[in-house]
Design a protein around this ligand. Sequence first.
Ligand code: XMP
Length: 421
Amino acid sequence: MSIEEFITFNDVVIVPGRSPIEPSKVNISGKITKNITLTIPVVSSPMDTVTDWKMATTLARLGAIGIIHRNMSKEEQALQVSKVKDQKPYLWEEVQKVDPDSKIEDVLSKEQDNFAVVINKEIKAIILKIGADYSLHSKKIDYLSKLLSMINLTPTLDENNKLRVGAGISPFDLERAKILDKAGADVLVVDVAHLHNDNALSSLAKIAKNVSAEIVAGNLGTIDGVKDTISKVENVSGLRMGISSGSICLTGEVAGASVPTLTATINARKALEELGLFGKIPIIADGGIKNAGDAAKAIIAGANSIMVGRYLACTEESPGIKIRIGDKVYKQYRGMASRGAMEKRYAEDRYSKPSKAIEEGVEGLVEYCGSAINAISEMALGLQASLGYAGARNIEEAWNGRLAKITSMGAKEVGIHDIEV
Ligand code: XMP
């Protein structure tokens, strides 16, 4: 037999290309499905420590999208979908405006959580004061004010001007898919580690025939996986690519199986190119994306948007509990195949009966990182910079960009070295 070679984000760097424009002019809008475009191509993972209605609302207001997790009854999940639809679409509508000359102490002593600094009727920055943890990082405020001046914040809206929202489903749970569809979910994201399974695909094919929401199929890793999915399931509207690259993933360790997100993305691209569908069915790169650099590498490889868990689990808006240890604050983050998450799921729903009893995820803590608004702003600005290096004006052009494999010594040099930080 021959051994294949898989590569991951840290194995490659972006080859700088001739850029016709300034990074601030790079258009980073990308797709999650055939019909849903995001001005910021970030999708939050359907995990119970990442996305509930609150995270989904914040993300859609910023021009990204959230996928509500399925670790709850189908009725509750549908209720959360409706709740997002009921929220005001514009971030600023619920934010109190403050004069730029106000004293920080005065602003912080007020009752509201968020404040927008308004100069000449334009919002220049937002100050976030959340619960007992005042997150007032001047650096972060700076990111947001830059974002506001660079990107015209456009919420992700449906045809009725309501915020768009997605929901995670099992390929075996037709009833849940129907209820979520009825509640107004714009996209149903299949949430299994290995969709390339005959039973899962035939069951998903049935769901696809019974809902009007668009379907993102996954997770997948291989060329054959993508081809079989597209041939067996009508109207696949997006592909969720990556197996066991997530920060909490144990699959690669306990089951020995993995297709790193970068390789999985390239495989999806190859399959779609062979079918003449590349650029028509969006690829969502999922797992292991730590920062904008990784996101840009995934995009250059062929992704239209990226999915993150860890990157948003640390934020205020994630549903995980907050824990203080010493002088540090943490949030809980766990894999959906971790013991705790699986126990919760099976207790909630008989359709989620385990097809395997082994744990394939871990539970842990991530250091609290303030609001998702900051995290998304930082990602958006970083993506503009990265695509600028690649010489691309937008995501479609980035697909012509180049990645170069780097040696392990090179990878070391790419990181910070020989300095105390
Ligand atoms: P990051 O790196 O963004 O990855 O935290 C999030 C993605 O990881 C996947 N996921 C899991 N994979 N066991 C796994 O092997 C798990 O328990 C698990 N939970 C989530 C999923 O694709 C998610 O989007």
